[in-house]
Design a protein around this ligand. Structure first.
Ligand SMILES: NC(=O)c1ccc[n+]([C@@H]2O[C@H](COP(=O)([O-])OP(=O)(O)OC[C@H]3O[C@@H](n4cnc5c(N)ncnc54)[C@H](O)[C@@H]3O)[C@@H](O)[C@H]2O)c1
Length: 311
């Protein structure tokens, strides 16, 4: 993987470019010299960035988005809520699998060189205390994880059958600037810290998770756009913490008391997510921001978040 400076002249479509990871990725790709188009349900905040506003489940929207001359698709658009995927398995299939299949087919028809995809370590399912790496069999536990695994399989076939350079980045829990509207654990903790309210923790809080900082994830995308890769890379901090440790870190960074109420464990919740990022390291990517630094920066941003009273 190389640096974003090598993106001069590249024409990149970013689906989901108006979302949390998308906005930061688009900005980094532009800084790297690429021409970027966004396709999203929502307009990109900067009107100078061309955006196809529409639903990628619609073939006409996909066709408009994948303009002639595009060489790379960074596919981030997705239904991202695991909970919603359990409630609406067909809807998550339509967005995360059928729309992805449609984009891959356009990539084949229109000679797109590279397809970079935001996948998740949830494709591996519950592996106990084992380190999660690219070689594990896929055994997702939720419709969300299953749709990401299905999309990876389609990408593998388009790579093997049609020579598309297809790379799936399996992300852990991403946090950072601009996550104010997200429902993820760190966003909720920061909203509680801001509002002076009590956080809720499932079970004993000893479950381990990997939290990776937004800038590190963005660099994984920009580097993959520059160098390409094929197959799968696990992208995480490589350093898991327990929920109790995370609470202490958030208290240290924010200065908030952040009382925590432990509730019943969530049935089926994984005890540990620990990832091995050595393949991404071999490809030249390195997580650079540790949890303390990342939380400090996210907290700085959180002070401007709109609604402190609604964790
Ligand atoms: N945030 C994380 O911790 C995390 C972890 C693993 C994987 N991912 C993956 O990374 C990607 C980006 O995640 P995010 O956190 O930025 O999510 P996000 O919800 O902030 O952004 C997703 C964007 O996709 C757009 N979108 C959704 N459905 C669409 C459709 N049918 N047509 C057009 N646009 C559509 C949304 O409007 C939104 O702007 C997703 O694919 C997600 O599954 C995220």
């Amino acid at each position: 993987m190389t640096t974003p400076e090598r993106l001069d002249g590249r024409r990149i479509l970013v689906t989901g470019g108006s979302g949390f990871i998308g906005r930061a990725t688009v900005r980094a790709l532009l800084e790297g010299g690429a021409s970027v188009t966004v396709a999203d349900l929502r307009a990109f905040p900067d009107p100078d960035v061309p955006t196809v506003v529409g639903d990628l489940r619609d073939p006409a929207c996909r066709s408009e988005a994948v303009a002639t001359g595009t060489d790379t698709i960074v596919h981030l658009a997705a239904m991202t809520s695991v909970l919603r995927s359990v409630e609406e398995p067909v809807a998550v299939y339509d967005t995360n699998v059928a729309a992805t299949a449609g984009l891959l087919e356009l990539a084949r028809e229109r000679g797109i060189e590279r397809f970079v995809f935001a996948s998740t370590n949830a494709v591996a399912g519950d592996v106990g205390d084992q380190l999660i790496h690219e070689g594990l069999a896929l055994a997702p536990l939720t419709p969300y994880g299953a749709t990401k695994a299905a999309a990876e399989m389609l990408m593998s076939a388009y790579g093997a059958s049609y020579g598309l350079q297809a790379c799936a980045l399996r992300l852990t829990n991403v946090y950072g600037r601009g996550m104010g509207v997200k429902d993820s654990f760190i966003a909720r903790l920061l909203r509680h810290a801001k509002a002076g309210t009590e956080a809720q923790v499932y079970g004993d809080g000893e479950q381990r998770r990997d939290f990776v900082f937004l800038d590190d994830v963005v660099r994984a995308f920009t580097q993959t756009c520059g160098d390409g890769c094929s197959g799968v890379l696990v992208v995480g901090s490589g350093h898991s913490v327990t929920m109790n440790e995370l609470l202490d870190e958030v208290r240290a960074v924010t200065g908030a008391a952040l009382p925590a109420r432990h509730t019943d464990p969530k049935p089926g919740e994984m005890r540990a997510v620990r990832v091995d990022v050595s393949r991404a390291r071999q490809a030249g990517w390195e997580p650079q921001v540790d949890l303390r630094q990342g939380l400090t920066e996210t907290w700085r941003d959180a002070r401007g978040w709109a609604d402190p009273s609604a964790p």
